[in-house]
Design a protein around this ligand. Structure first.
Ligand code: ADP
Ligand code: MG
Length: 403
């Protein structure tokens, strides 16, 4: 299965409806909305620039926040239009309506290479409801549809999926293409050893990913809070660490499945434990873990320990493909960030194809300044997890097949 790419299209003079992920974090200051992190906007620039250079009229659709199908000035995309204009060094028009005569009039005056941003598609209930009428009204504004909103591709909404059925050509944008290349293409038949590092807060969030990757991975390296549900399954003391009591049986099942399949499933050898979750805490090492000795009573495990770091480092050094999802500790607090940092550094130093999926893991890697030292950081949290679970993303499924 291969989808049409924006690179396959003839674009000159075409009205291109481009769906992007502009759902950026903002803050209110002195009555004005400020964008606090424009990463998502920047990630869409290669596609926007490609379209402009090819002479397309670029009509951008995006959502912002959760206005729940109603017009709400708090969620207007107007500030994003201004910011985008600064980034591309050209004017960006703004249409206060996403469908109908207002955008149609503005579009009729566009020249090749011009850019117009439509107001928040979620001001219409038809967007999240994937209404045919709203999808058709959007489709009527363009000749071609391009979806670059990977972060929203797991949602079947009018502008991410429905629209594709009412327009002759629906293609993936450059960011979408890159996401699929790394999270799907590279992992179809990964160079081996294929090592999967999993952490984060809950094993329940990652069960689908663990099961899907159990068919492919040679080794799992487990960390983060999810490790302690596996500890519990093995009868290792967990102290006050976060354990999902209702997932202990499932953890046992996963351990047995790994054994049956000959997949190495490594748990922390040691941990950092603390009695205080704070930026000034001084965690101590649990020492080596055994069935009799794990996390101390009244202490909480918040990071992997030095022995585990050394072990995981050597596993990463020997890998040819590494996929990482989920921080190995509470990396937001410096005293509990060493495990996550060490793993990020090991990935940065390795020659393996290194792929990071998951919102917090990507934040961690970027926070350590290592974002450009790994092969790929996904821009989609939920979408990347669903893709790794082997699910079909509606926003991808709706695109036109390559002839
Ligand atoms: P991602 O967004 O990369 O998929 P998750 O959302 O699953 O990752 O988990 C991220 C969160 O897990 C972080 O906020 C981190 O603080 C938390 N976390 C990691 N290790 C622990 C731990 N040992 N105890 C409690 N929380 C943890
Ligand atoms: Mg997260």
């Amino acid at each position: 299965m291969s989808k049409l790419s924006v690179r396959d299209l003839s674009l000159s003079g075409k009205r291109v409806l481009l769906r992007v992920d502009f759902n950026v974090p903002t803050e209110e200051r002195d009555g004005a909305t400020r964008i606090t992190d424009d990463t998502r906007i920047k990630e869409s620039l290669p596609t926007i620039n490609h379209l402009r250079a090819a002479g397309a009229k670029v009509i951008i659709m995006a959502h912002f926040g959760r206005p729940k199908g109603e017009v709400n000035v708090k969620y207007t995309l107007q500030p994003v239009a201004n910011h985008l204009s600064t980034l591309i060094g050209a004017p960006v028009g703004f249409s206060a309506e996403s469908i109908g005569e207002v955008p149609a009039g503005l579009i009729s005056k566009m020249h090749n290479g011009d850019v117009l941003l439509l107001e928040n598609v979620r001001f219409h209930a038809g967007e999240e409801g994937n209404d045919e009428a709203y999808a058709k009204a959007l489709a009527a504004l363009g000749d071609v549809y391009v979806n670059d909103a990977f972060g929203a591709a797991h949602r079947a909404h009018a502008s991410t999926a429905g629209i594709a059925h009412h327009i002759p050509q629906a293609a993936m944008g450059l960011l979408m293409e890159k996401e699929l290349q790394y999270l799907q293409g590279e992992l179809k038949d990964p160079a081996r050893p294929f090592v999967v590092i999993l952490g984060g807060s809950k094993v329940s969030d990652k069960i689908g990913v663990i099961k899907a990757l159990m068919e492919k991975a040679n080794t799992f390296l487990i960390g983060g809070a999810m490790a302690y549900t596996f500890f519990r399954a093995l009868g290792i003391p967990t102290g006050k660490s976060r354990v999902e009591a209702d997932k202990v049986n499932l953890a046992t099942e996963i351990l047995e499945l790994a054994k049956a399949k000959g997949v190495r499933f490594l748990l922390p050898l040691d941990n950092l434990e603390t009695q205080e979750i704070s930026a000034t805490a001084q965690p101590r090492s649990t020492g080596l873990v055994s069935p009799a000795k794990g996390v101390s009573d009244d202490w909480e495990a918040v990071d992997i320990g030095p022995e585990t770091i050394a072990l995981y480092r050597s596993e990463i050094a020997g890998a040819k493909t590494v996929l990482w999802n989920g921080p190995l500790g509470i990396f937001e607090l410096p005293p509990f960030a060493s495990g996550t940092r060490a793993i990020a550094e090991a990935l940065a130093a390795s020659d393996a194809v290194s792929i990071i999926g998951g919102g917090d893991s990507v934040t961690a890697v970027k926070q350590f300044g290592l974002g450009d030292k790994v092969s790929f950081c996904s821009t989609g949290g939920g979408a990347s997890l669903e893709l790794l679970e082997g699910k079909v993303l509606p926003g991808v499924a709706a695109l036109t097949e390559k002839a």
